[in-house]
Each structure stands twice: as C-alpha cells, then as structure tokens.
Design a binder for this molecule. Structure first.
Ligand code: FAD
Length: 459
C-alpha cells in the first residue's frame, strides 16, 4: 500500500511513540529462557502478529502451539516467486523503513535487499489515456492535499462525516473532476484499504508512520518471518472452530482436526474472520469487542501482476497512474523494471472496485485490466505470458485486506480490541492498533504486546 505521508501531526506523534517501540526492543534483547516455564499458550494464526508473539513467548520458555488454517505460514505476508521476481501477495512495502521500524529490524536481521520506491517517479494519464501535463498534475495533487489539510485543520476527531462527505462539503466540484477523484482513489483508497465513501474523514489520516521512503523487499518480504518461525510448534492446515475461555484455569481451542489447551490464547485471525463469526467464542466476546468488530472497516486491495515478453512502457518510470471509470479500477501500476529484470506491471484495484475485482475469475480480471492498459498504450500492449492475481475479499481465512476507520469509529475501537479478556484471551493483529493499523509493523507490534501481557502476568 502506498504511503503519501503529508500529515503534519505525524512528526510529533512518532517522536512520542518511539519510546514504546524502544521498550519492546529492550524486552526482545533481554530474554530469560526460564521465565515462562510451565506456562502454555495457544496462538491462533501464523501471520506476523501470531509468529511475533510465539517467538517472544518461546524465548521466555513458554510452551507455545501455533495453529494455522492455511498450509503455510505468513498470512497476509507471503511472497510468490513463480514469475522470477517477488510477487507480494499481501504486503508489498515496508512503510517508513527507519531503524526504529520493527519490520525493518526483522528485515535487517535476515540481510534483506531493498529498493526504494519513489512516488514522484510517476506518469499520470487522464480518462482518455492522454498523459497529464505537469500543471495538471500539480493541480490534482494540490487539490487532494488541500482537502486533507482542510480536514486536518478544522475537523474534530469525533466528526461523523465520511471522506466523501468532507469533499462534498468543502469542494463539491471535485466530485465531478476525474483527475482529483483519481488521486483520492489511487493514493487514499489504496493506502487505507477502504472506499472514500466509507472512510472516517477525521480519523483516516490520524494514524502514525515511521520515517523514511518506502521500500520493496527485492529478496522477498516473507523471508523476515523465517527467524520468527524457527523452532516453533506450528500446526498447519488446521482451522480453529471455537475458543472456550470459560474456565479460569485455561483455554480450550478446537480445530477441525483436534483440541489444544493452554493457560492463555492469543487469537490473531484477521478482522474479516472475526466479523464473519467464523470462530465461536465461549462465552461470546464482551459486547464492546463485538461492537468494535462490527463497526471497524475492512475492505480490499486487489493485485494483478502481468508479465510480458517485452516492455511496451517506459522502463525508467516507477508508477503509472491511470484515471479510470469506475473509481478504483486498475488505476495504479508499479513497474517492476525499476527494481528487477522482469517485464512485469503490477496493477492495483482499490476502494469498492477491489471488492468487485476480487470476485472476478483470473481471466476476467486480466481482460478488465488489459482494457485499462489498452486505453493508454493501445495496440502496443502485448499478451501477458504469465499472471498472478489476488482475491483477498473471498479468501476464507482473511475476507478482506486490512482494517480502516469508518465514520463514527474512534481510535479506541482499534486499540481496546487488544485488551486481554478475562486475563487469558488476547486478540492481536493489524486491526488492534490504531496508529499502525493495516501494516506489517503494526501487526507485529500487537503480537509483541500480547506476549508482553502474558510475560507480565507470569512474572
Ligand atoms: C493486498 C494487501 C496489501 C498490503 N500492503 C501492505 C504494505 O505494503 N505494507 C504493510 O506494512 N502492510 C501491508 N498490508 C497489511 C499487512 O499485510 C497486514 O497488516 C499484516 O500482514 C497482518 O498480519 P496479521 O498477523 O495481523 O494477520 P494475518 O497475516 O492475516 O495472519 C492471520 C492468520 O490467521 C489465519 N487464520 C484465519 N482464520 C483462522 C482459523 N479459523 N484458524 C486458524 N488460523 C486462521 C490466517 O490464515 C492467517 O495466516 C497489506 C495487506 C494486503 C492484504
């Protein structure tokens, strides 16, 4: 996801938050291999949150079992190499890869290789497929930034308006300006994972970010998980059906293949899985948790990688932005030639269009995306020789991409989800941390936070 960081509040907030991250890092360095001897923990989900928790608890001597529905670890952090260059099925960028970013720390530990992506190295096209000139690009970006600034400067945090409503109230003409609407879609809907109709105007841009220009991991993003998973007892291909935390002495986790018991359970399944009530909790989750799960937004982002024999595009340009109807339809493309030898264009559908794209067959998706490319490059567009497509909204173990604040949500709707329930069930995952929701580092931090709770309880 793209991170166009223009929020002026962010600098101050990130200085404040760095201290929290440092605290976690300190704990990671100081391990007591016996501290949790005799303590058992069942962790549901082998994404970065679950693996992060399992790794920290295991290092402290806990007996940890990780239960994962898919036949592989990683969840929304998964790299596919079948095209010769990394196709990141879920997370693609390390956002803000400064040295205090926990994901960057994991990447450094495996000697990852990166390529900086440059938002400015982009060419934008109008709805007819003609390139916008510099003045027009400036006008579009200024208009987009102007709305964000206006909201930033005038909205109370509890204002109930959506981003769409905010645009309508401030500059209604923008709604009929395809270029400006493209910017809201390609930048904001992509970054936040939800349609502007559904994003909370005051909250969508209030989250936090680490410093530094975003990078892609050219050695493969999911490599960073290997040291976390090393030595863990991970039960793959087992779907958790119920979590019973009614007994004071522990938790019973039942899967389609068996039962696991522990003193604690960390449940790191995605928000989509919780929304769909795919796991039966006994007793049911407290009302405020259920309300927050229902209220938070969970949209999708669809990725389609098309590999060609020859490039028909300028191989030096990193991004191609294409104004499309309807909004969100394959409107942003990443050129792999800027960091690999493969002739791959990675197209993105975002906002509500992503929900539609996810339901297309791969063939329909390719046809739909090629239609957008033809509008710009016409008959220069070749036949793809290989494709990779994602369908996150219909993936039964995820049911969407990442969480976002809807009108009426508060920051605590995210953060309070991470509060332990009855001292033995803890929810973790990217949806349980407002400041870093929708990121790998946010998810990882929630896994560490859940583990910290257990360490503190037992010490
Ligand atoms: C398309 C897309 C693009 C993204 N882009 C970026 C990006 O560029 N940068 C960034 O930092 N972040 C990005 N993200 C977000 C990032 O991938 C997530 O925030 C993060 O990986 C979530 O980790 P998690 O551990 O919370 O959840 P997950 O990785 O989803 O892990 C949860 C695990 O639970 C398992 N599970 C579900 N149900 C059950 C069950 N019943 N029983 C057992 N196991 C179950 C799932 O299979 C999964 O493995 C992107 C995500 C997507 C989908």
């Amino acid at each position: 996801m793209l991170n166009r960081n223009i929020n002026r509040r962010r600098f101050i907030k990130s200085v404040l938050l760095t201290s929290g991250v440092v605290a976690v890092a300190t704990r990671l360095g100081v391990t007591n291999a016996h501290a949790l001897e005799g303590t058992s923990v069942v962790i549901v989900g082998a994404g970065i949150a679950g693996l992060g928790a399992a790794n920290l608890l295991g290092k402290q001597g806990a007996s940890v079992t990780v239960v994962e529905a898919k036949p592989h670890i990683g969840g929304r952090l998964l790299t596919d190499w079948s095209m010769g260059a990394p196709f990141e099925v879920g997370a693609g960028w390390i956002h803000g890869p400064s040295s205090d970013n926990p994901t960057k720390q994991l990447a450094e530990a495996v000697g990852a290789k990166y390529a900086v992506t440059d938002d400015e190295n982009a060419v934008y096209f109008d709805v007819e497929g003609y390139e916008y000139d510099e003045d027009e690009v400036e006008r579009i970006i200024d208009a987009w930034e102007g709305v964000l600034d206006h909201i930033d400067n005038t909205y109370e945090v509890n204002d109930p308006r959506s981003l769409l409503q905010a645009i309508k109230d401030y500059r209604p003409a923008y709604l009929n300006d395809p270029g400006i609407m493209w910017a809201f879609s390609a930048f904001t809907e992509f970054s936040k994972g939800g349609a502007i109709e559904k994003l909370s105007a005051p909250l969508f841009n209030w989250d936090d970010a680490f410093e530094g220009a975003d990078v892609v991991v050219t050695s493969g993003y999911d490599e960073i998980l290997k040291p976390l998973a090393d030595g863990l007892d991970i039960k793959l291909s087992q779907t958790v059906l119920s979590i019973d935390y009614s007994a004071k002495e522990g938790v019973v986790v039942t899967t389609d293949k068996g039962t696991f018991t522990g003193d604690y359970c960390i449940c790191s399944v995605p928000l989509g899985v919780l929304k769909a009530n795919k796991i039966k909790f006994s007793p049911e989750l407290p009302k405020d948790y259920r309300n927050a799960i229902e209220a938070l937004g969970f949209g999708s982002v669809t990725k389609l990688a098309l590999k060609f024999d020859e490039p028909f595009w300028d191989i030096e340009t990193q991004y191609f932005g294409i104004t499309t109807e309807p909004k969100g339809r394959w409107n942003y493309w990443l050129n792999y030639r800027t960091f690999s030898d493969e002739n791959i264009l990675l197209g993105l559908s975002v906002g509500d269009y992503a929900l539609k794209a996810d339901r297309m067959s791969d063939e329909e998706m390719v046809e739909d995306a090629l239609d957008v490319l033809w509008n710009v490059w016409e008959d220069e567009v070749g036949e793809p020789i290989q494709i990779q497509a994602t369908h996150w909204a219909t993936d039964p173990e995820t049911l969407g991409a990442y969480s976002f604040p809807q009108p009426g949500n508060s920051k605590s709707d995210f953060d309070d989800l991470g509060d332990p329930i009855d001292g033995r069930l803890i929810l973790a995952g990217e949806h349980t941390i407002f400041d870093y929701a929708g990121t790998t580092h946010g998810a990882y931090m929630t896994g560490l936070r859940a583990a910290e709770f257990i360490i503190d309880e037992e010490s």
